[in-house]
Design a protein around this ligand. Structure first.
Ligand SMILES: Nc1nc2c(ncn2[C@@H]2O[C@H](COP(=O)(O)OP(=O)(O)OP(=O)(O)O)[C@@H](O)[C@H]2O)c(=O)[nH]1
Ligand SMILES: [Mg+2]
Length: 471
């Protein structure tokens, strides 16, 4: 295999249970890579590709961990040979009779390297280097292939300096990289190091790094669009009251709650799938473990939105009180829906008219006149809560490395918006619900959402940089 201008291909090796598969999953954004706390999870060498627009740009081979490094090294060192003969000696080891059975794991991990792959060696930075590690590193040096080492600080108190000194004697580059928290800049720093391992890889890795940046910019634009559309849809949602009297209203309200809940889950799931988080869904009964804090659990609204006193102030400033019922004694149905409106949504076309958003679900809205409808939800916290939850979830998912196997738990965070932003959101809500929505409002909303996302992602990256990665 020639390394010249080809897709960088690296074999991820190391001791069992050091996070090798986690590194593969995060770098290739593939959550089907098998990861578990049990040692010996990976039993054979498996190739995972990372592609953008259908073009493979990085190939990682996940391998089992070394089991008998000392014996392998003893075999390699049995005869005295010159350094130039070492790669050949490793090859001979693989072909020696009985080794495929006796040294199954070593044969599985060394074969792709001997066939031309580079080496990504993973160590746990929170455990000190041992003679066993030294034997592994020496074997890898014998292969003569391009080599980079990753210190994965699996627990607190990692002795990075000692590891750096040790690894520096065996590898061309040494990087600290935590596959469970790595953000894009950390990934890109690692990719840059890969690009410098061998001259033929510098152009393909540069392309990969640029491709990732471009992909994320596009992702931000698309997400801002989708999130804004979702928010507007939630604010407009309403249900027909099909029977007269209290029962009819109860049914309609239950239907409205269910629809709003279901649509939140649907939006979250769609993002997850879009970004390659498939397994998290398959591992549990309900797709996302959102706990008791569901969208329509109105008791938690004050966690996500504003306190009563602030609400009155902000609603007043937004001129929202007329459109969004502010009721000091809010409770029960009135909290959700305000009064039942006798009218209907006129046209929601303002949202869809001038652009090609996915309007599938909006198409389902009844546009014909109905006598009574339940909704849309008029409580002034509702627009803030829907937005806060969607932004928080989007950020959590965006930053979620594909090695992460824990449940996606939506964490309540008091919205960090300025008064100005809160007032802005409420007046958009009012416009939507009063059918005074125009393309320019939509543009402004999408821009606002994009800025919110970008800011919160930048903050997260900054705090990760100071916490856990060093280059
Ligand atoms: N706390 C913490 N746990 C980690 C980190 N990296 C990996 N793990 C966990 O360590 C365990 C082993 O991770 P794997 O990626 O399966 O390790 P491996 O080296 O591929 O293991 P084998 O295939 O068994 O050789 C999993 O439970 C991971 O979630 C880390 O940086 N911090
Ligand atoms: Mg593994």
């Amino acid at each position: 295999m020639s390394l010249l201008n080809s897709t960088p291909t690296l074999c991820v090796v190391g001791h069992p249970n050091r996070g090798k598969s986690s590194v593969v999953a995060t770098l290739t954004e593939n959550d089907s890579v098998q990861i578990s706390p049990e040692s010996g999870t990976t039993r054979s060498a498996d190739t995972f590709e990372f592609a953008l627009n259908g073009k493979p740009l990085l190939r990682l081979i996940d391998t089992p961990g070394f089991q008998r490094a000392r014996q392998v090294l003893d075999w390699l060192q049995r005869d005295s040979i010159s350094p130039a003969e070492r790669p050949e000696r490793v090859r001979a080891f693989l072909n020696a009779p009985g080794h495929a059975e006796r040294f199954a794991d070593e044969v599985a991990l060394l074969t792709p390297i001997v066939d031309g792959a580079g080496i990504l060696y993973v160590v746990d930075g929170s455990q000190p280097p041992s003679p066993m590690d030294e034997a592994e590193m020496e074997i890898l040096r014998w292969t003569g292939q391009p080599r980079l080492a990753i210190i994965n600080p699996m627990e607190a108190g990692a002795d990075v300096l000692t590891w750096q000194r040790t690894l520096g004697q065996f590898f061309q580059w040494v990087r600290v990289f935590n596959p469970l928290s790595a953000t894009m800049p950390a990934r890109q720093a690692l990719l840059r190091a890969i690009g410098e391992l061998t001259p033929g890889w510098s152009v393909p890795t540069r392309r990969l790094i640029e491709g990732l940046a471009l992909r994320d910019r596009q992702r931000l634009t698309d997400t801002a669009d989708a999130l804004a559309a979702y928010w507007a849809e939630q604010l407009l949602e309403h249900q027909p009251v099909k029977f007269p009297g209290a029962l009819g209203r109860q049914r309609a309200e239950a239907g409205l709650r269910e629809t709003l809940e279901a649509r939140e889950v649907e939006f979250f799931q769609a993002l997850g799938h879009e970004w390659g988080h498939h397994q998290s869904e398959l591992q549990r009964e309900t797709a996302w473990e959102l706990g008791d804090d569901a969208l329509m659990n109105t008791e938690t609204w004050y966690l996500w939105g504003l306190k009563q006193r602030d609400l009155l102030w902000v609603s007043g400033s937004a001129g929202a009180a007329a459109g969004l019922a502010v009721d000091a004694g809010l409770g029960g149905a009135s909290l959700l829906t305000g009064a039942i409106s006798g009218g209907v949504l006129g046209s929601v076309g303002g949202w869809l008219a001038s652009r090609e958003l996915d309007g599938k679900r909006l198409k389902g809205l009844p546009l014909t006149r109905q006598k009574q409808v339940m909704g849309p939800v008029r409580h002034p916290n509702f627009p803030l809560v829907v937005m806060a939850r969607a932004l928080t979830f989007t950020r959590q998912l965006w930053l979620r490395p594909h090695a992460q196997r824990s449940a996606v738990v939506l964490r309540a965070e008091a919205a960090q918006w300025s008064r100005e932003d809160q007032i802005q959101l409420l007046s958009w809500a009012k416009r939507l619900q009063q059918h005074r929505w125009q393309a320019k409002h939509q543009d402004a909303l999408v821009t606002w959402v994009g800025e919110q996302l970008q800011r919160s992602l930048e903050e997260a990256v900054l705090s990760e940089e100071t916490e856990s990665w060093v280059s």
